[in-house]
Design a protein around this ligand. Structure first.
Ligand SMILES: [Zn+2]
Length: 340
C-alpha cells in the first residue's frame, strides 16, 4: 500500500513539473510574439472615407483616406518611440481635432490643411520615412515597427473622439508643459473654455524640456521698437511684470512699455512663455521651460504619465477637464455623427 502511494505521489509530482514547464514555455512564446511586428493589412486599416487636405507647399488639394491622414498626423506630431498609451491619446486627439475642423468649416477650400500653426502637422509617410532614416538614423525594422504601432493605436481607439457636453472639443495640444499646463483663457485673449483649464503636468526631462535664448539688449529693444511694441530705446531695463495662474509670464516690461509674453515669444522664437530672465548688462538670457503654448494635452506629459501606468483614457481625462470619450463616425454624405 505504501509503495502504491509513493508511486502515486511520484506520478503527481512529474505531472506537476510537466505543467510548470509547459506554462513557462507558453509565457516565453507570448512574450516573443509581442516583440514581433503585427502587420495590419491595408484592407483592415483603411477607413473607407476620404477627407480633403490642402497642401500649402504647392497649394494643391489632395483626397486621402481618413485613417491614412490620422497615421501621418500622429507620425508627424509625436515620436513613435513614445509609450503606446501616449500614442493612443494623440490618435484620439488627432481624430477629434480633424472632426472639429470639419464641423466648424475651419478651412475654406478643404477639410483641413497641413500647416501645424493652423491645423495639425502633416507629412506624407514617404517623407517621414526618409526623415526617420536619414536624419534620425532609425533602421528599416524600427520604422516599420513604429508605423505599425501607430496603425494599431488607430485601430485600438476606433471612432473614439473627445466631447464636452456632447460637443466635439477643440483638442489643443503642445509638446511639453514641464510642471503645469496653461488655461486657454490666459492667452490669445481667449474666452473661457471649460475643458481647457490649467492642470498639473509634472514631466520627465526630455530634449526639448529646457532651452535658453541669449540676445543683445540693444538689438532686442530695436526689434521691439521696429515692430511697434516699445516707444523708445533709451531705457533698457527689462523685468517680468506679471504671471498667469499657471506660472507662465503674462507681460514683460521693456523700459516703460509692457509687451505680452505670447507676442515676445513669437517675435524672438522662445519655445514657451514659461521663462525667467537674466539681465547680464549688455546681454539678456531667457531661460525657458517646456515647449509650446501649454494649452490642452502635453505630449511629453502624456508619455510621462503613460510610463507611470496611465491609460490613454486617463491621460485625456487628465488634460481635458470634464470631457467624455465617445464614438463618432464620418461620412462624406452625412458628415460627423454619433455612432449608433
Ligand atoms: Zn488649416
Amino acid at each position: 500500500m505504501k509503495k502504491k502511494l509513493a508511486f502515486l505521489y511520484a506520478v503527481l509530482f512529474v505531472l506537476f513539473a510537466i505543467l510548470l514547464i509547459i506554462k513557462k514555455n507558453s509565457n516565453v512564446n507570448i512574450k516573443e510574439q509581442n516583440d514581433e511586428i503585427d502587420i495590419i493589412s491595408n484592407s483592415d486599416f483603411v477607413y473607407g472615407q476620404n477627407i480633403s487636405l490642402l497642401l500649402h507647399k504647392n497649394n494643391q488639394i489632395s483626397d486621402l483616406d481618413l485613417n491614412y491622414y490620422i497615421l501621418c498626423v500622429v507620425a508627424s506630431e509625436m515620436p513613435f518611440k513614445f509609450e503606446y498609451e501616449a500614442l493612443k491619446s494623440q490618435v484620439v486627439v488627432a481624430r477629434t481635432y480633424l472632426f472639429n475642423k470639419i464641423l466648424s468649416n475651419g478651412e475654406e477650400l478643404a477639410d483641413v490643411c497641413d500647416d501645424y500653426n493652423h491645423c495639425q502637422a502633416f507629412l506624407p509617410l514617404e517623407d517621414l520615412e526618409r526623415i526617420w532614416k536619414e536624419e534620425k538614423g532609425f533602421s528599416d525594422e524600427e520604422i516599420k515597427k513604429g508605423e505599425e504601432k501607430i496603425k494599431k493605436a488607430i485601430m485600438d481607439t476606433k471612432d473614439l473622439v473627445i466631447v464636452y457636453n456632447g460637443q466635439i472639443i477643440d483638442a489643443l495640444f503642445h509638446s511639453s508643459s514641464y510642471l503645469k499646463t496653461e488655461d486657454a483663457k490666459a492667452i490669445w485673449s481667449h474666452a473661457d473654455v471649460p475643458y481647457l483649464k490649467s492642470v498639473e503636468s509634472v514631466e520627465e526631462e526630455y530634449e526639448t524640456s529646457t532651452s535658453v535664448v541669449n540676445l543683445e539688449k540693444q538689438e532686442l529693444f530695436n526689434t521691439l521698437k521696429n515692430n511697434g511694441y516699445v516707444e523708445n530705446v533709451d531705457n533698457l531695463d527689462i523685468a517680468i511684470h506679471s504671471y498667469t495662474n499657471s506660472g507662465r509670464v503674462e507681460y514683460v516690461k521693456f523700459g516703460n512699455s509692457l509687451v505680452e509674453a505670447t507676442i515676445l515669444r513669437s517675435l524672438i522664437g522662445l519655445k514657451s512663455t514659461y521663462f525667467t530672465i537674466d539681465d547680464n548688462g549688455k546681454y539678456v538670457s531667457f531661460n525657458v521651460l517646456g515647449f509650446g503654448h501649454g494649452v490642452g494635452l502635453s505630449q511629453v506629459g502624456a508619455d510621462t504619465y503613460a510610463k507611470q501606468g496611465m491609460s490613454f483614457r486617463d491621460i485625456i481625462h487628465h488634460y481635458y477637464t470634464d470631457v467624455d470619450i465617445v464614438k463618432m463616425k464620418y461620412t462624406k454624405e452625412k458628415g460627423v455623427e454619433y455612432e449608433n
